[in-house]
Design a protein around this ligand. Structure first.
Ligand code: SF4
Length: 194
């Protein structure tokens, strides 16, 4: 079984509690105004990875507290999401998942996935409700659901929104996390030597 993936970061500190392995799934049909991740929308883009290879990479990655799924829209690939979250949970790592859906709608169809998730962060990005005051989220409507005993509301006090800038070996810069990306990009002086 394959998962269409936009990007994987093996270590990040800004997408949930602790240091996390993070998977941006490819494909999102919501097209929220102001979305910062437009390149994740096309379900034909990204790369298809065998879910068993993803799992083995996760289990070979040291010093992680858990795995975060975001997108794109992870629930647009329910079968690989169900398999991966189940196996990750079984291993003792924690699972955080972002979704543009509301939990009330997911409960109708995807209880088998929700039972594997420790923190579900739901709700699509609404530009008019932009708010970076809470960890990991960008608009006021988004909600945290603690679906297991592993975390509770108190974890939110330990984290603030941060932006991470990763410069890869090939020189490509990847920015993740949550915050005022537009201002950040305006402040950076991009320079390239020819
Ligand atoms: S749900 Fe997320 S990835 Fe999809 S359009 Fe909205 S903000 Fe972008």
């Amino acid at each position: 079984m394959e998962l269409k993936v936009h990007k994987i970061l093996k270590h990040t500190k800004v997408e949930g509690p602790g240091i996390r392995y993070c998977i941006w799934t490819q494909g999102c049909s919501r097209h929220c105004k102001g979305c910062w991740a437009i390149s994740t929308w096309d379900k034909n883009g990204g790369m298809a990875y065998d879910t068993k290879d993803i799992l083995s990479d996760i289990f070979n990655t040291k010093n992680i507290e858990g795995v975060t799924f975001l997108g794109g829209e992870p629930f647009e690939q329910p079968k690989p999401l169900q398999f991966l979250t189940r196996e990750i949970k079984k291993s003792g790592l924690s699972v955080v998942c972002f979704t543009g859906n509301k939990i009330e709608d997911l409960e109708k169809k995807y209880k088998n996935i929700l039972k594997n998730i420790d923190i579900l962060i739901d709700g699509e990005y609404i530009e008019e409700e932009k708010d970076f005051s809470r960890p990991w989220v960008g608009s006021k409507n988004q909600r945290y659901h603690f679906l297991s005993d592993r975390y509770n509301e108190s974890v939110l006090k330990n984290y603030k929104n941060h932006i991470e800038v990763n410069v890869q070996k090939n020189g490509v810069v990847f920015i993740n996390g949550m915050g005022d990306f537009d201002s950040l990009v305006k402040k950076i002086n991009f320079y390239s030597e020819h």
